[in-house]
Design a protein around this ligand. Structure first.
Ligand code: KG4
Ligand code: ZN
Length: 344
């Protein structure tokens, strides 16, 4: 990663297979695999890019929010590298990485202009929030899900359908040939003049419908029924996300919008958001698939922009399961996953 957002090399160690038998992320397995994978990955990246330690400006690492075990493994590794190479260290909020991810570029993609201010919808397995992004580091949470994240809803639905883990991409694939109007799933809070979202009612409705159709993880739906169920479920989520984006644009009058996070890989969300943005004459930025789901490049980019401003953390930096109070402008906290936290 250089400071313009150009991705020189990006490697990831996928753990999906390790978590698949459990139908979701198992924290202990996640941090154990991180500790096994991380240093070999760093070595491979350094070999690939032929970068010498003295060409590295600093070490950026996710230290919040997230599963503390995994955050600790990353932090310890980053601190060790920072100390050995005598580089500054920066802990980055994972969500800031997602917010900036659409502005990454590489040899296959032109540089998108990072033009503040904008509205960002970050939609992943752990988070579903709308932000007003004024400038680097000046973010307000407009609203969040009150319960499940959209990606979590996709994953739970896929589990109930017997599609396996992670479910979002599997639902997406089946939905492509399904009828999105076949089943009418609830779209909670869609007509409310508020930024808040809720996906737990959708999950319960899906559970009831699947019971009535005699579909379960043990007796998965197949063929057209599976496709229609996936398409209808997906449409309900996409309808809500687009409605909330539309509300934010009308309220704030901004012309630039970002849709990011793992769920922004969803083909229906990408198509609908593109169509909506064209209709409203908005500039829409969605990352290419490789930068939608969690990746190191988005954290490095946030770090590069902050290193350029002279920011750094001390080596006693700790992890935090939640964002820090300074991460978002005061008075913008919402109940739920983005609550106020103590400084670590
Ligand atoms: O951002 P991410 O990689 O991790 C978190 O920060 O949570 O997001 C992962 C989430 C999972 O819930 C996964 O099912 C969902 O993103 N996801 C998708 C698709 N690809 C990944 N959801 C819907 N359609 C997809 N194509
Ligand atoms: Zn993420």
């Amino acid at each position: 990663m250089d400071q313009s957002g150009f991705v020189i090399s990006l490697l990831s160690a996928n753990q999906d297979l390790a978590h698949q038998p459990f139908g979701g992320i198992v924290p202990e397995i996640a941090c154990r695999n991180h500790s096994l994978n991380l240093l070999p990955l760093v070595e491979r990246v350094l070999e690939q890019v032929q970068v010498k330690p003295d060409e590295i400006a600093g070490i950026a690492v996710t230290n919040r929010p997230g599963l503390v075990g995994s955050l600790i493994v990353g932090l310890v590794t980053a601190k060790t590298l920072a100390q050995v190479w005598q580089k500054p260290l920066l802990g980055i909020n994972h969500l800031e990485g997602h917010i900036l991810a659409p502005f990454l570029y590489d040899k296959d993609r032109l540089k998108p202009e990072l033009d503040f201010p904008f509205i960002a919808l970050a939609v992943s397995g752990g988070h579903t929030s709308l932000y007003h992004v004024e400038s680097l580091g000046v973010y307000s949470v407009l609203g969040s899900t009150l319960d499940d994240a959209a990606g979590e809803a996709f994953d739970k639905f896929a589990k109930m359908m017997g599609l396996g883990f992670p479910g979002g991409v599997k639902v997406d694939r089946l939905a492509a040939s399904g009828d999105p109007t076949k089943f009418n799933f609830p779209r909670s809070l869609i007509d409310e003049d508020s930024y808040q979202m809720s996906f737990s009612g959708l999950k319960s409705a899906a559970q009831r419908l699947l019971v009535s159709l005699n579909v379960s993880a043990e007796k998965p739906a197949v063929g057209k029924l599976a496709e229609d169920l996936c398409a209808s479920f997906q449409e309900a989520i996409v309808d809500v996300l687009i409605a909330k984006l539309d509300f934010a644009v009308r309220r704030l009058g901004l012309k630039t919008v970002v849709v990011t996070g793992g769920v922004s890989a969803n083909s229906r969300l990408r198509a609908r958001a593109t169509q909506w943005a064209q209709g409203r004459k908005l500039q829409l930025h969605i990352p290419p698939l490789v930068y939608c789901t969690d990746n190191a490049a988005m954290i490095a980019y946030a770090g590069a922009l902050r290193f350029a401003r002279g920011e750094k953390h001390e080596l006693d930096l700790g992890p935090s399961p939640r964002p820090l109070a300074d991460d978002f402008k005061s008075g913008t906290f919402q109940k739920g996953r983005l609550g106020r936290v103590q400084r670590t």
